[in-house]
Structures are given as structure tokens and as C-alpha cells.
Design a protein around this ligand. Structure first.
Ligand SMILES: *Cc1c(COP(=O)(O)O)cnc(C)c1O
Length: 448
């Protein structure tokens, strides 16, 4: 057992020994008086996180968009306990095991069998890199050596490793490392907020697709794949767009022989209302990237699903024509078992159906904010509600975050965009708690 038994202990030792992600560590120094005090967490239960003194926070962002069915979920816990006694991990090169086979079959079935081949890794950025490498290599195996470039959307986010940064267009993550990165071309985002008076989100989608068409017309011979986050560009501020864009993009990718990669690392697993976001456009991608919620928020796991056509382009006598990529923990049995338990919950509890009412309740609870004089673009899709706040405070996001914590809610605005993305187990009382916390935080932040 750990000898860390108090908030003070945990904080002091964390700040000495742990380098926290996406963080200027100096902002955490100075204890309680720090610009951003570090929050100690002793345990989690359902939608709540608790410190050693019993102070609690409602996890309004699913612990960075990963947790689907609450912390310490009894069903996922039980599945993992059973798996621990059976097999924790085995090399996946040349060996195989039940959880990885069952998970691959079930995911493939969820794509109607269209994406029947599953390749495994441990995090989202690796899934992006796998899709990019696989696309490039697949074209090369078919004699299309010139297809070496990638295309992404303005404001796209596909992870932060050097390879994934190539298709990530978020300045804060990219600028410092730009000299290391082989940047892909970007095309305009179909962001529905760009609608001119009288335009619908579908009109914006068509305009953006026309720009995509112009780009592909000129450059298709050198482009291997176009990568998108279907329906919502989450990391650049919950940018929502019309499914029409995906329909048109699919048709253009077909016409110009360019792979379509759907990065559903954040928007998959029911987040947008359907199990996969791309289903809302009635299309299938050539590559589908999953991570985050797929293991219920328990263990690092990512998966790239692809088609028979891509798979067959690698199937050969020559080793060098195979897909040459591996990670030590590829297909980890515990992570796959957590994912199977997660899929079981979706099926047994009819989660997508239940989430219809839950997402309506969430939007209704926050709806009064849409009329706030400093709120713009109140928007929702499935289990994400977001809006933009007009404020000239350059530290708005930090101030809001602290104010919401005071109200026992974990949020993490992106710039001036406030959003909620809770686990799919929040009940009405918890939704009310979250929306009240957000209202108070808006008021405190805008008046201080
Ligand atoms: C989080 C995220 C990634 C990267 O996943 P990591 O596990 O953080 O590497 C990639 N794409 C999208 C859309 C994401 O939201």
C-alpha cells in the first residue's frame, strides 16, 4: 500500500517527481496560492472524483474524454479481475489470445463487416501514425509511389507525437516543434459557425467540400490520405459541422483515389449519438482510428480498423510488403478485456438509446446560457454541449476552470470555448450540479 495518505503529501511529492502533461509546471508552484493549484485525487466513484479529505469534483470532461461509464465501474472491474487471473499480456507477433480476437470481431461487426481488419496500439497518436503509414505503404505496394502526402482540416487535432503533428493544425501544440514536423496541407474546416446570414450548416459544408475538391483536383496524385475528425473537431474547441461534409468528402476521396481516414479517437464510442460518428453521414472510411473511450477509460488502447482492399495490398510472400509496425503492448489482453466489458455495457444497457434522453437533459440544463449576453454559438451533438464566451480576459480558460472547481466541477475550457462531455452515467441530479457549477463559474469569471 502507498504511504501517501494526505492531500498535502500527494501534492508535494507529485510536484517534485511528476512532470505533468500539457502543463507549464511553474503555474503549479506555490501550493494553495499557485496560479493553478494541483488537484489531488485519492479515488473515483461513478462520475465523481474525491480527494483525501472527501472534497469532490464532478468529472464533466470524462477525465480527458476517456471515461464512459464512470470511475470504478463494477462491471469493468469484474472483467479485469477475471482477466488478471487468466492472462495479463502476451506478445502479439506470432501469438494470439481470446480478448484480442473477440474485440476485433465485435468492432468489425459494428462497421457492418466493412472494416474487418484491426491493428492495435496503445494511444491515439500512434493510431494516427499507423493509419498514415498504412495508407502510404498500401499505395506503394500497389505501385503508386507518388502518394506520399496527407491532407487534413484547418484546426485539426490528431495527436502530438512528431508524426501525428504532421496532420495536427493547433498552434499551441505545433509551433514549438514545427522544424521537426513534415507538415501536411490543410483545407478549410466546415465549422458551422462560419455560416453567413441565411446559410445553413449544410451550406457551409458544401462550401468547404468545394475547397477540398479544388485541392484534390490539383494534388490528388501526390496525396495518400485525407484525415478528418468526423462531425466534431474536439481539441480545437468543439467545432461542430454538418454530416454533409463527410458524404461529399467520401465521394471526392473515391473520385480522386485518396484514402479517407476517420479519426474517431474522441468522437467514437457513442459520443455523438451513434456508436461511430461517421455513421451519421451514411459512409464508411478506409481507416477508422479508435482510442480514448474504447477501453471505458481504464487502460491505454488504440485500434486502427481497415478494409479488405487495404489488407490485401499487404498480403504477399515478401516480408517487406507487410505492414512493418509494432508496439510492445500491442493488443494487450487486459486493455482488450476492458474494451469488451465496455461493449457489453453498450449492448446490455442500450446505452445509445438511453443517451438520447440524457443528452437532451444535458442540453436543456445548459440552454439558459444560450441567452447570456456574452455567450455565442451554443451547440450540441450527442453527449457534448459547447458554447463560446466573449471575454477579453486572456486567461479566461484558467479562471473559469478554477471557478468551476470551487463549485465541485471538473471542466477544462479550450480557449474561450466552454464544453461538457460527461460520462454516460450522469443522472439528472449530476447534470443539474454540472450546469449550476458552469453558470456560477461563468458569472464569477465574467465579473471578476
Ligand atoms: C486525443 C486525440 C488523439 C490523440 O490521442 P492520444 O491518446 O492522446 O495520443 C488523436 N485524435 C483525436 C481526435 C483526439 O481527440
Amino acid at each position: 500500500m502507498s504511504d501517501i495518505t494526505s492531500n498535502a503529501d500527494l501534492l508535494e511529492r507529485s510536484l517534485k517527481a511528476v512532470w505533468h502533461p500539457c502543463t507549464q509546471m511553474k503555474q503549479h508552484s506555490g501550493g494553495r496560492g499557485a496560479e493553478l493549484p494541483m488537484i489531488p485525487i485519492a479515488r473515483g466513484q461513478g462520475a465523481w472524483l474525491y480527494d483525501f479529505d472527501g472534497r469532490r469534483y464532478l468529472d464533466g470532461i470524462s477525465s480527458w474524454w476517456v471515461n464512459l461509464f464512470g470511475h470504478a465501474n463494477p462491471r469493468i472491474n469484474a472483467a479485469l479481475r477475471a482477466q488478471l487471473d487468466e492472462l495479463e499480456h502476451v506478445i502479439l507477433a506470432g501469438f494470439t489470445h481470446r480478448p484480442v480476437v473477440e474485440l476485433s470481431e465485435r468492432l468489425s461487426a459494428l462497421t457492418g463487416g466493412k472494416l474487418g481488419h484491426c491493428f492495435y496500439a496503445s494511444d491515439g497518436a500512434s493510431a494516427t501514425e499507423i493509419a498514415l503509414k498504412m495508407s502510404f505503404h498500401s499505395w506503394r505496394n500497389r505501385g503508386r509511389d507518388k502518394k506520399q502526402n496527407f491532407l487534413c482540416l484547418e484546426g485539426s487535432y490528431h495527436g502530438e507525437t512528431v508524426g501525428a503533428l504532421a496532420v495536427t493544425d493547433v498552434a499551441i501544440f505545433k509551433d514549438a516543434y514545427a522544424p521537426l514536423v513534415r507538415t501536411a496541407a490543410t483545407v478549410p474546416t466546415p465549422d458551422a459557425r462560419k455560416a453567413e446570414p441565411g446559410e445553413t450548416p449544410a451550406d457551409v459544408a458544401r462550401r468547404a467540400a468545394a475547397a477540398l475538391e479544388r485541392h484534390l483536383e490539383t494534388h490528388h496524385e501526390s496525396i495518400a490520405a485525407f484525415i478528418v475528425e468526423p462531425l466534431i473537431q474536439c481539441a480545437s474547441g468543439m467545432v461542430m459541422y454538418d454530416p454533409e461534409y463527410l458524404r461529399l468528402a467520401r465521394a471526392l476521396c473515391d473520385r480522386y483515389e485518396v484514402h479517407l481516414i476517420c479519426d474517431e479517437i474522441a468522437v467514437g464510442c457513442g459520443r455523438t449519438g451513434t456508436f461511430f460518428a461517421h455513421e451519421q453521414a451514411g459512409i464508411r472510411p478506409d481507416f477508422l482510428c479508435l482510442s480514448k473511450g474504447i477501453s471505458g477509460g481504464y487502460l491505454p488502447l488504440s485500434i486502427v480498423l481497415t478494409t479488405d482492399t487495404v489488407y490485401e495490398s499487404f498480403y504477399d510472400d515478401a516480408t517487406a510488403r507487410g505492414f512493418l509496425h509494432s508496439h510492445s503492448y500491442t493488443g494487450n489482453a487486459l486493455a482488450c478485456r476492458a474494451a469488451l466489458a465496455t461493449l457489453d455495457i453498450f449492448a446490455k444497457d442500450k446505452v445509445l438509446e438511453q443517451n438520447v434522453a440524457r443528452s437532451q437533459k444535458l442540453a436543456a440544463a445548459l440552454a439558459p446560457l444560450a441567452d447570456h449576453p456574452q455567450v455565442r454559438h451554443f451547440r450540441q451533438r450527442g453527449m457534448i454541449v459547447a458554447f463560446d464566451v466573449i471575454s477579453d480576459d486572456p486567461k479566461f480558460s484558467r479562471h473559469f476552470y478554477r471557478a468551476a472547481l470551487e463549485q465541485e466541477a471538473l471542466t477544462r475550457p479550450i480557449g474561450h470555448t466552454v464544453y461538457v462531455m460527461p460520462p454516460y452515467i450522469v443522472d439528472d441530479t449530476e447534470i443539474d450540479h454540472l450546469s449550476r457549477a458552469i453558470k456560477v463559474a461563468i458569472d464569477t469569471t465574467l465579473t471578476s
